[in-house]
Ligand binder design. Structure first.
Ligand SMILES: C[S@@+](CC[C@H](N)C(=O)[O-])C[C@H]1O[C@@H](n2cnc3c(N)ncnc32)[C@H](O)[C@@H]1O
Length: 190
């Protein structure tokens, strides 16, 4: 049953996402990709999420909104202070703060140190490090959880190496969502 508080939150977030659909300028995911992340979390009732690469928070909003429905929590990591400030302001304005913990610093180190377990991970920072992020997360990802990564249709050596690695990993089933031309890999841990 949806309370009037939940309804208000839904209306506020949906309005913000719709109005700002074409306004994101800091390497943010397209709207359609945010929707994919939202659906994965809600449909699978995921509750412990990690995002690598917050930027100004477009995907963070989608993930946090989904977690407001499952009663979960997101840790999101960003190296750029100004982008993180903007992301924080967006999350506060939308009333999603209780679902997000922001971490500022180099994710190369923070991902190694973060305490799991997670059931949903979204990787969207430096592409050359995608394989290493995955290797560091793998032991902290629950079975039935999903590791997702953005821009996998992009042609770069880091992406190629990551896709080769994950497609051949015996413990994961990987598909690609083509909601936008960027592509999101979705790897289910068996
Ligand atoms: C593609 S953007 C993320 C977009 C964001 N997911 C969204 O949809 O709004 C990638 C972000 O990763 C950050 N980044 C790059 N390397 C990083 C690192 N080593 N540690 C933490 N953040 C990093 C960049 O500063 C940038 O803001």
């Amino acid at each position: 049953q949806t309370s009037s508080k939940d309804k208000e939150l839904d209306e506020r977030v949906q309005k913000f996402l719709d109005e700002n659909k074409r306004q994101w300028r800091s390497l943010n995911v397209p709207y359609e990709d945010g929707q994919v992340l939202f659906d994965l979390i809600v449909n699978n009732n995921y509750k412990s999420a990690l995002e690598i690469g917050t930027s100004t928070g477009h995907s963070t909003i989608w993930i946090a909104w989904a977690l407001s429905k499952t009663g979960g929590k997101l840790i999101t990591m960003e190296i750029d202070d100004n982008r993180q400030k903007e992301a924080k302001a967006n999350i506060v304005k939308l009333g999603l703060s209780e679902y997000v913990e922001f971490r500022l610093g180099d994710a190369h180190q923070m991902v190694k140190e973060v305490k799991g377990p997670f059931d949903f991970v979204f990787s969207d920072a430096d592409k050359d490090w995608y394989v290493q992020y995955f290797k560091d997360i793998h032991p902290k990802l629950k079975r039935g959880g999903r590791f997702t990564a953005h821009n996998v249709l992009m042609s770069s050596s880091g992406i190629r190496e990551f896709m080769e690695y994950i497609k051949n990993h015996p413990e994961y089933n990987t598909s690609i969502a083509r909601s936008s031309s960027s592509g999101i890999s979705i790897s289910l841990k068996k």
